[in-house]
Design a protein around this ligand. Structure first.
Ligand SMILES: Cc1cc2nc3c(=O)[nH]c(=O)nc-3n(C[C@H](O)[C@H](O)[C@H](O)COP(=O)(O)OP(=O)(O)OC[C@H]3O[C@@H](n4cnc5c(N)ncnc54)[C@H](O)[C@@H]3O)c2cc1C
Length: 507
């Protein structure tokens, strides 16, 4: 029977796990070790949480959920400020919370039920003992590094670089915007998270990183310090977005996102949770959510199973499917933002539709049900005014493309009746080196291209088709299973493919 639990890391995941464990079994001795000395020292500014996450927290622990709500900033809309104008992507349903405020609430919630919280305690597997160790020590987890052979660690770095800053005012909505300086492109993801605070996350691609001199600024900044030269440059470039004011920085440096996955989330008496176990790109806004939901599942498993190995196995079994799904959605979102430069001059509504459907968890029809005006305007790129059901309308549009004419955008594969160059594609990373080579080869050709693949792997195909549309002059089709009609319409409507052939059965 478990008597003593050591939690390494007092981030959202570790604190919440500690609180829930103690709530479920008050006889447990639970200690949280946090190397920082207080919530104000923490990295980052605000994080976004969804209503779905809040409902999960309410079910697990209504008191803490209420406190999180009290310190959250609720009810702002989301806008996309394109180069031509700004469009509202959805109404007031966002909720954001300052990371420091969230940690304060979770620390109080944990200590209120008898968790021992040791601030300034830099702990590792060698310095703690107990029946169970929960490694909640974040993306740079020292615990994971020590156990890497047992856990099977896979990492890769994101292509863009980002800085996580704040601004001393509440923006009137969450928004995306970009600013150009010649060929340099600075992309802002901003949202208010308190009456007097907003998160300003700024992303740059390799070209901007080099051309704007950011690489040199970064190299000249001492470890642990804010990159002041970059912050000054961003204040200048983003002056309109910042209302002429300053950015708030807190050991603010350029980073590349660490994509992380593990073959196993536990070994012996150690279980990993949150960012220590897995990451999902920040443009899906779900890392804190996943850490908190891991904590719920781990606490439930430890309370419900008779042995630690059985509890850890149950925890991983319960959480892995949801985490893998979010990682996949986040991966597509990440690649959409990686390639933003190639869409940056699109009209606002087109960008909005492409953005809202980027991960694949929302179809164009779903989105049209809530924002019909945005979708109708976005579809004008197809050359006529949409009417009726947008998905059926899109698929019924004729195509007069580069070397191909079709009566509708969706045709049975057998009825294509014209020569097309076929390319098979199954690799999710459609902006990697393999894809570069294939795109270069196809760019040199002419006429239509059809992207095909094995049944069940159609996301990669659609994303590769989009890359071909963005980076070559060819007319691009994608072969999709019959069951994916809604996604076929989404792919064409959002400009990921010019046409779809329907041939494959479900896998
Ligand atoms: C730019 C950016 C934007 C983001 N935006 C969002 C968002 O909008 N919504 C969202 O849900 N998520 C967002 N996230 C993700 C979110 O920040 C993380 O997923 C989340 O913080 C993970 O929580 P965690 O408890 O697993 O780890 P962390 O929050 O990283 O906490 C780990 C803790 O462990 C401590 N620690 C590390 N080593 C030791 C040690 N040896 N001893 C003691 N303590 C130690 C650290 O000091 C830290 O406090 C964003 C992330 C980034 C990078």
């Amino acid at each position: 029977m478990t008597r003593r639990v050591n939690v390494l890391g007092g981030g959202p995941g570790g604190l919440y796990a500690a609180r829930l464990l103690k709530l479920r079994d008050p006889a447990l001795e639970v200690v949280v070790h946090e190397r920082m000395d207080g919530a104000q020292e923490t990295f980052g500014f605000g994080v976004g949480l969804t209503e779905a996450t809040m409902r999960n927290l309410e079910q697990a622990d209504p008191e803490t959920a209420d406190r999180v709500r009290e310190v959250s900033y609720v009810g702002h809309e989301l806008r996309f400020a394109a180069e031509d104008r700004s469009v509202c992507l959805h109404g007031a349903r966002n909720l954001a919370v300052g990371r420091a405020a969230l940690l304060r609430v979770l620390t109080e919630a944990a200590t209120a039920v008898g968790v021992e919280y040791r601030a300034g305690s830099h702990a590792d597997l060698g310095s703690v003992s107990g029946d169970v160790v929960i490694a909640a020590d974040g993306v740079g987890s020292g615990t994971r590094a020590k156990l890497s052979a047992e856990l099977g660690v896979r990492t890769s770095l994101g292509r863009t670089r980002y800085v996580w800053c704040g601004a001393p005012f509440a923006a009137s909505s969450a928004f995306f915007a970009s600013a150009r300086r010649g060929q340099q492109l600075f992309v802002t993801h901003a949202y208010p998270y308190a009456e007097d605070r907003s998160t300003f996350l700024i992303e740059v691609d390799d070209r901007t990183w080099t051309d704007a001199g950011l690489a040199a600024f970064d190299a000249a900044t001492a470890p642990g310090e804010t990159d002041q030269q970059s912050v000054r440059l961003l204040e200048n470039v983003l002056s309109d977005q910042l209302r002429g004011g300053k950015l708030l920085a807190n050991r603010t440096r350029w980073s590349r996102f660490v994509n992380l996955g593990l073959d196993r989330w536990h070994t012996g008496n150690v279980a990993l949770l949150g960012d220590a176990a897995h990451t999902a790109h920040y443009t899906l806004g779900s890392g804190t959510k996943l850490a908190l939901e891991d904590a719920i599942a781990l606490a439930d498993a430890l309370a419900g199973e008779s042995s630690v190995p059985a509890a850890f196995a149950a925890y991983e079994q319960a959480r892995r499917p949801a985490v893998e799904r979010f990682k996949q959605l986040a991966g597509r979102s990440q690649r959409w933002w990686d390639s933003y430069r190639w869409r940056a001059d699109w009209p606002a509504e087109r960008l909005g539709l492409s953005y809202m459907t980027r991960s694949g968890n929302l179809t164009m029809a779903d989105y049209a049900a809530s924002e019909p005006g945005v979708v109708r305007t976005a579809l004008e790129w197809l050359g006529a005014a949409p009417s009726g059901d947008p998905a059926e309308w899109v698929l019924a549009q004729p195509l007069r493309g580069n070397g191909i004419q079709l009566p509708a955008r969706a045709v049975p594969r057998a009825d294509l009746g014209q020569p097309v160059e076929e390319v098979a594609w199954a690799e999710p990373d459609v902006w990697g080196e393999d894809a570069d080579r294939t795109v270069a080869r196809l760019a040199a050709g002419t006429g239509p291209v059809l992207v095909t693949g094995k049944p069940g792997e159609f996301w990669a195909r659609v994303d590769f088709a989009e890359r071909l549309r963005l980076r070559t002059r060819r007319t691009v089709g994608v072969d999709l299973p019959r069951s994916a009609r809604a996604f076929a319409a989404t792919s064409v409507g959002a400009g990921r493919a010019d046409f779809v052939t329907v041939s494959q059965e479900d896998s």
